[in-house]
Design a protein around this ligand. Structure first.
Ligand code: ADE
Length: 245
């Protein structure tokens, strides 16, 4: 059964190219994902299409109102079962990781709520959202690009989404390591040569070299990931020996 994804947004058109190209486009065409876009403005309570208002207590910017968002979620939920998780895209959310992507890929339905303006009325967070997700410690002008990031990362994990020549590179993230360096033809380009080991045909040596390179690169660029790996290794050892942490 296709993963159903509902996107609630004020800018449905932002998703046009994204949903028709590359791996996501193919997944849509092949029925692996079924994406429905809903314009929150349709649920405005006045004839001007107002969906935002000034914040109580003053301050800059506008705040997305409860009612149109709540009505939009209720309307899409009525369209079909299952109810699905409502995921709010916000910089205050749980940081997106390959592990979280894996969790989301196991759902049958995702309802992605992309806000604009200064933010959401707090009651949307507390009473409507099942989860808040952030794609990083920076602020974008809306949740649309983060919603695309979630859809892209989730889609490539669905069985059949990748062709046989497209490898799920996230394997390396699952191992807690960054990807090793890759090369293709030509063997020498402007004096820059491919490492000899990759031309050796010795699969064992190639595998060892790649693991070593992945470790070096991760240690240099992401000491935080290396520290987490060490912690995991320690935890596993403690579990085996029965030692307490
Ligand atoms: N909306 C604005 N910035 C965001 C971010 N970094 N992650 C998720 N949603 C957002």
């Amino acid at each position: 059964m296709a993963l159903r994804i509902d996107i609630l947004t004020l800018f449905c058109e932002m998703f046009d190219g994204f949903l028709s190209a590359s791996i996501v486009g193919r997944a849509v065409r092949n029925g692996l994902i079924e994406v429905h876009r809903t314009d929150i403005r349709q649920f405005a309570t006045d004839t001007y299409g107002t969906v935002d208002d000034k914040p109580y207590g003053g301050g800059p910017g506008m705040v997305l109102m409860c009612r149109p968002v709540l009505d939009a979620v209720e309307a899409v939920r009525k369209q079909t079962e299952p109810q699905g998780k409502v995921i709010l895209l916000t910089p205050q959310g749980r940081p997106l990781s390959q592990a979280l992507v894996g969790e989301l890929a196991g759902e049958q339905r995702l309802i992605l709520l992309a806000g604009h303006y200064e933010g959401f009325d707090e009651r949307i967070r507390t009473h409507l959202a099942d989860m808040e997700v952030s794609i990083g410690d920076f602020v974008l002008s809306g949740g649309e690009v983060p919603a695309m990031v979630v859809i892209d990362a989730v889609t490539r994990l669905l069985p059949g989404a990748l062709g046989k020549d497209e490898s799920p590179v996230e394997e390396s993230f699952a191992d807690g390591l960054l990807e090793y360096p890759q090369y293709t033809r030509p063997q020498t380009f402007r004096g820059l040569s491919v490492p000899d080991v990759l031309l050796s045909g010795d699969h064992r040596r190639i595998a060892d070299w790649r693991t070593e390179q992945a470790r070096l690169r991760t240690a240099q660029r992401r000491p935080d990931m290396m520290a987490r790996n060490r912690q995991r290794g320690d935890d596993r050892e403690n579990e085996q020996t029965g030692a307490s942490p």
